[in-house]
Design a protein around this ligand. Structure first.
Ligand SMILES: C[S@@+](CC[C@H](N)C(=O)[O-])C[C@H]1O[C@@H](n2cnc3c(N)ncnc32)[C@H](O)[C@@H]1O
Length: 223
């Protein structure tokens, strides 16, 4: 269930955090307009959440990042913004219309900042193996098919560097993982997400925290 103060909080953060450059401002506006065109304005990260991604990519030198679930590129822009010069983002998207909308926005932002972006179209479970030769990676952001989070975690365990950062959004699954019946998710999806959170929380290879944001944001370091 959405926190009743969510909209006010989002608006406050939108005003508090200024885009770091006119190009980011322009690209962010284009990305949000494209999401709105698809009727999906609410599913991109808020600026406050996107800012967390950028901050994490800036905490330690980050050259190679992977994102699962591009939509129209909003979160990808903030990941790119935090990468070192010459860094690259591989972003994976199943829906070809979303990918077509995101491609020019991400390309323009990457080119203007001496960074690279590759948009990989298809089901991430099938396309992730094609990235392995480019790894290991410094940063992975999971925001794709909720029923596949366990598979994305398997892949991340093999392809994230020690010291690398994993971030996953929507790990509350609309509240379903703690018993809310407001959102409609299948029993399979709920079990996958519960297992995902448990694996990250109780692990010798992950050290992290589940941030109690509206959607639940897991941040973990590969130790
Ligand atoms: C919540 S949106 C991503 C939002 C984006 N990260 C942002 O903050 O701007 C989820 C995206 O994942 C894509 N997606 C869903 N299932 C997928 C899959 N199996 N493989 C790759 N992408 C998938 C959807 O088409 C959608 O564009």
């Amino acid at each position: 269930m959405r926190n009743p103060q969510y909209n006010q909080q989002t608006e406050y953060l939108e005003n508090l955090i200024s885009p770091t450059s006119p190009l980011l401002d322009e690209c962010e506006k284009q990305s949000r307009a494209a999401s709105e065109h698809f009727g999906l304005a609410g599913i991109s990260l808020s600026r406050g959440e996107a800012h967390i991604l950028r901050w994490l990519t800036q905490l330690k030198p980050t050259k190679k990042a992977v994102e699962i679930g591009t939509l129209t590129g909003l979160s990808g822009l903030y990941i790119l913004d935090g990468l070192e010069k010459g860094g690259q983002l591989w972003t994976l998207e199943k829906n070809s219309e979303h990918a077509e909308a995101a491609q020019p926005i991400l390309q323009k932002f990457a080119a203007g900042n001496d960074k690279k972006v590759e948009l990989v179209v298809g089901d991430a479970r099938e396309t992730l193996p094609s990235l392995e030769a480019q790894g290991p990676f410094d940063f992975i952001f999971i925001d794709g098919n909720k029923a596949a989070y366990g598979d994305y975690l398997d892949w991340s365990e093999k392809n994230l560097k020690p010291g690398g950062i994993l971030v996953a959004d929507n790990v509350f699954l609309g509240g379903s993982v703690y018993g809310s019946t407001e959102a409609r998710f299948s029993e399979k999806q709920i079990q996958v997400m519960k297992k995902f959170n448990e694996r990250l929380m109780d692990s010798d290879i992950w050290r992290g925290a589940l941030l109690p944001t509206n959607e639940g944001l897991f941040i973990a370091e590969r130790v």
